[in-house]
Design a protein around this ligand. Structure first.
Ligand code: FE2
Length: 233
């Protein structure tokens, strides 16, 4: 099984998981649908499912569009507010699609519907967790809860040092790192208290400022509808 970040540009990572025949897209972005279709065609892969790690606020997901077009499942955490989802998963779900196995771990905090998707030795962490200095995603957006994010970090006791962390945002060209590497280099994993975590979050939100696309992207993702006008396209 192969895992590759196939985003054509930008900071939002989209992962192509495939076994040489079938493919799953994790966190595809609507703006780049044509690019994904080209990649799939060039590699003679059949898209069999789309998954979103959470309801995104910074881009319109391609999941509901790809799900309809290819007649394939759109998979999200069971309590997501997002419409258009065709398969809801929880921690008891053992999913096999196209010969690839997936497990799901609920990690509320950045959003209530955040989940880690696990397959073989990869974990797809969305905005729950980034590599190294990236730390974690912000908790000040709709359904974000700082205390829950802090307690969700306990999920990492389930995973060994060797798993590769595939996060929702990384600087372009970043190489995948392991959880073991992150245990040494991600500041969040050496924090001892909620107070420290809260201070880091406050600082991070101040640096990031407002989310430019949220007022278009979030309703689009919740209602599974592409708006008539997308200001950034
Ligand atoms: Fe997010």
């Amino acid at each position: 099984m192969q895992v590759e970040d196939i985003r054509p540009n930008g900071w939002a990572c989209t992962y192509l998981v495939n076994n040489g025949e079938n493919a799953v897209l994790i966190d595809p972005v609507w703006d780049h649908i044509d690019h994904y279709e080209t990649v799939l065609e060039q590699r003679s892969l059949t898209l069999i499912a789309c998954m979103a790690t959470h309801t995104h606020a910074d881009h319109i997901t391609a999941c509901f569009s790809l799900s309809k077009k290819h007649n394939i499942p759109y998979i999200m955490w069971k309590d997501t507010p997002s419409l258009g989802v065709t398969l809801y998963v929880d921690e008891s779900t053992e999913l096999n699609v196209g010969g690839m196995d997936f497990l799901f771990h609920h990690v509320p905090g950045h959003t209530q519907d955040s989940m880690i998707i696990e397959t073989e030795n990869h974990i797809f962490t969305g905005d729950f967790f980034f590599n190294g200095e990236g730390g974690v995603g912000r908790d000040d957006l709709p359904s974000g809860r700082l205390e829950e994010h802090w307690s969700s970090l306990n999920v990492f006791t389930r995973f060994s040092d060797g798993v590769l962390v595939c996060s929702g945002h990384e600087p372009p060209g970043t190489e995948l790192q392991t959880l073991g590497w992150n245990r040494l280099h991600n500041p969040i994993l050496s924090m001892k208290s909620l107070e420290q975590f809260t201070a880091w979050q406050m600082d991070s939100v101040e640096k990031l400022g407002s989310v430019s696309k949220i007022k278009v992207a979030l309703p689009a993702n919740i209602f599974a509808e592409i708006p008539d006008e997308i200001p950034w396209l």
